[in-house]
Design a protein around this ligand. Structure first.
Ligand code: ZN
Length: 463
């Protein structure tokens, strides 16, 4: 997944025409290679069930081996129709705990008919690369691969091993992540390319950089109801579709209680310096007192902050009925929750049951392999390396720790006690963010500085 926007610039409103820094081709060779890798990756539809992850892994392997990685350093572990790729960048001290750089090769499904352009044909237009996976997560995967290749060609040798781990089912089961985390359970640190990152203001200038150091717990709940049904010309008191609709309506309108953790407190305090005075006051009020309902509600009114303030649950899928002229015999729906760390899934299920308050509706938790994970500590040495890397492209940019909506591969490492930080090198405006959505895109202008950011980060941490 890609992080939700972590802060927003409400102060400036530049006309769109002034805002675009349209760049259609990176200027550095490594940036150009990143674009090539990204285009190649978008063209391979690594959607669950299509068996294309190994195809992408093979392309990446060829590039890495061509750049000087040995065939033994790069390996693909197949798991069903998918699998995970590891590439070991050998360091001077082979016995030191490695640094893992994490990204994912798979993407969520995209229906070509709904898109303006074919989702699996990379198109560079108006300064963006369009295509499924452009931002989630093939853009950063391409940048970090280009960075490793560039460093290898330069002959740089890290003090310890750096291991690229590209998973193959992050968007679905995360089985490859679990296997990869197990195989690399001696890691000292995980740098995840799939969260965190830079936000641009409306005029395209860098506004804030977020490091993802924790995430919400992901939870899907299946709601079902059934009914004897009958002829639609003879309706009675009960109707499965109407019963389900009423339940979903309650879920959609419900607000869970606000919460604050050390990480979200740091996030709001850090973000307050970046926003207009009114919003800043609201953030500071909430950071000082999470029971300030006025502040909690004001922040929750903004899609970019509601996930940081509380658990959220929304209906995401619904089905019911079997014929246009029959009373429905069943209706079911999926409710997707992003649960604040510290609240269990069972507690949320109990809250949903209480909220819906209809014994005709059955609520069942769907186990998709995601787990609860801990917040990672912010190591000052790592943070200063990150600062060096980010400030090269955006001097003095505020770096704010944050929590994402979940779920990312990081949780499987955090669960093993390994700190994991989301440090994407993608910078974009929130309004250009279409991860999982239609017309997903990445600004071409982020590729040159993005590759450089990865290089500086890795060479500083593992110099
Ligand atoms: Zn992702």
């Amino acid at each position: 997944m890609r992080p939700f926007a972590l802060a927003a610039c409400a102060a400036l409103a530049f006309p769109a025409a002034l805002s675009a820094q349209a760049q259609d081709m990176p200027t550095s060779p490594a940036g150009q290679e990143a674009l090539e890798i990204l285009r190649e990756a978008i063209a391979i539809p690594t959607v669950q069930g299509r068996g294309q992850v190994p195809v992408l892994a093979e392309k990446l392997t060829s590039r890495l081996v061509e750049a000087g990685f040995t065939a033994e350093d790069v390996s693909f572990t197949p798991m069903g129709e998918t699998g995970y790729l590891t590439a070991r960048y050998a360091g001077r001290d082979r016995s030191a705990k490695p640094i893992v750089v994490l990204a994912h090769m798979d993407v969520v499904e995209a229906k070509p008919a709904d898109w303006e352009r074919d989702p699996f044909t990379p198109v560079v237009e108006d300064g963006f690369v369009f295509g499924r996976g452009a931002i989630d997560n093939k853009g950063d995967l391409a940048m970090v691969t280009a960075a490793m290749i560039d460093l290898k060609r330069q002959g740089w040798v890290p003090e310890r091993d750096i291991v690229l781990l590209f998973t193959g089912d992050e968007e679905t089961q995360m089985k490859t992540t679990q296997a990869g985390a197990k195989a690399l359970s001696n890691a000292a640190l995980v740098l995840n390319a799939d969260s965190g990152g830079g936000e641009l203001a409306e005029d395209g200038t860098p506004f804030v950089y977020t490091v993802q150091a924790g995430e919400k717990t992901y939870g899907d709940y299946r709601l079902t109801t059934s009914d004897p049904g009958g002829h639609s010309s003879r309706p009675d008191d009960t109707n499965a579709v109407a019963t389900m609709s009423a339940a979903l309506s309650k879920v959609a309108q419900h607000r869970f209680p606000p919460k604050l953790s050390p990480l979200t407190k740091a996030y709001f305090e850090g973000s307050a310096a970046q926003v207009d005075p009114e919003l800043a006051a609201t953030m500071r009020a909430f950071a000082a007192n999470p029971n300030d309902m006025e502040a909690a509600d004001a922040l929750s009114a903004r899609p970019e902050y509601i996930g940081v303030v509380r658990t959220t649950c929304v209906p995401t899928m619904v089905e019911g009925g079997h014929a246009p002229n029959a009373l429905p015999q069943s209706a079911s729906a999926n409710v997707n929750c992003r649960i604040f760390p510290g609240t269990t899934r069972a507690e949320v299920q109990a809250q949903l049951t209480q909220l819906i308050a209809d014994p005709a509706i059955t609520i069942e938790f769907i186990d998709n392999g995601t787990i609860e994970s801990l917040e990672s500590p912010l190591d000052p040495a790592i943070m200063s390396a990150l600062e060096a890397a980010v400030h090269e492209r955006a001097p003095d940019l505020a770096i704010v720790p944050g929590m994402s909506a979940g779920a990312t591969d990081s949780m499987h490492f955090r669960a093993l006690g390994i700190p994991a930080l989301g440090v994407s090198a993608s910078f974009m405006r929130p309004e250009d963010e279409f991860a999982h959505g239609l017309n997903e895109r990445l600004p071409v202008a982020t590729l040159d500085p993005g590759v450089k950011q990865w290089e500086t980060l890795l060479t500083t941490i593992a110099q």
